[in-house]
Design a protein around this ligand. Sequence first.
Ligand code: SF4
Length: 284
Amino acid sequence: KEFRNNVKPNWCPGCGDFSVQAAMQRAAANVGLEPEGLAVISGIGCSGRISGYINSYGFHGIHGRSLPIAQGVKMANRELTVIASGGDGDGFAIGMGHTIHAIRRNIDITYIVMDNQIYGLTKGQTSPRSAAGFKTKSTPQGSIEPALSPMEMALSAGATFVAQSFSTDLKDLTAIIEAGINHKGFSLINVFSPCVTYNKINTYDWFKENLTKLSDIEGYDHTNREEAMQTLMKHDGLVTGIIYQNTERKSYQELIPGYAPEALAKADLDLSQESFDKLVAEFT
Ligand code: SF4
């Protein structure tokens, strides 16, 4: 309850992002966080508004740049739980360079992508997650590019936590976000979050017909990277659940020699003019 604020989301009625917001709030409460212990950093897009709808620290950044900001926040204050969020256009197009390097860097933050396979805020253009043949204002004769496979990309880049969920499955989505927060390293969670206004192909019904739950695949082992990749390829990426988790690899922070154990915000810093002048002199 404490993660709710009094800002009313201006998403379209039925937008999948409502459930993602609810799941984030529930997950934060379930893992025992207080609002002052959470920072939500978002990019640009309909989903980017989410940082203003949660009672926590929030930062609505610029297009594709939620991850550099989120990583900086975590490095400056390791005591905060940091969630970066945005859409598939934000994270898998303009922000893709940051996404890949955040994955391989393995800083202990959670990245939640609201994947609606279209650009919603700018009124419906083909995104990197739109399928070949997808018709929009930007591709009136159908897209001639194939869709990006973000989960396969994440596995290839060395991700230590890769999961996928569907915004109608609130219980499953909440549990996955909890697992992502608890994971000691970078966790990527891609959420199929339908855009009911502009995407008339990848609808709630379409996902219900096409998604496979990993829990329904007998013997699926989410610690086996090879099996994870093969399963993704077999199901064209349309699976939900924890696809892969590696708890052995250390996070970025754990590998930094001498990384300050206390939050920078709480460190006993010498803020005198003399100290400042000395610091500046070191860089000149
Ligand atoms: Fe959601 Fe689409 Fe409306 Fe944006 S345009 S708020 S993504 S339904």
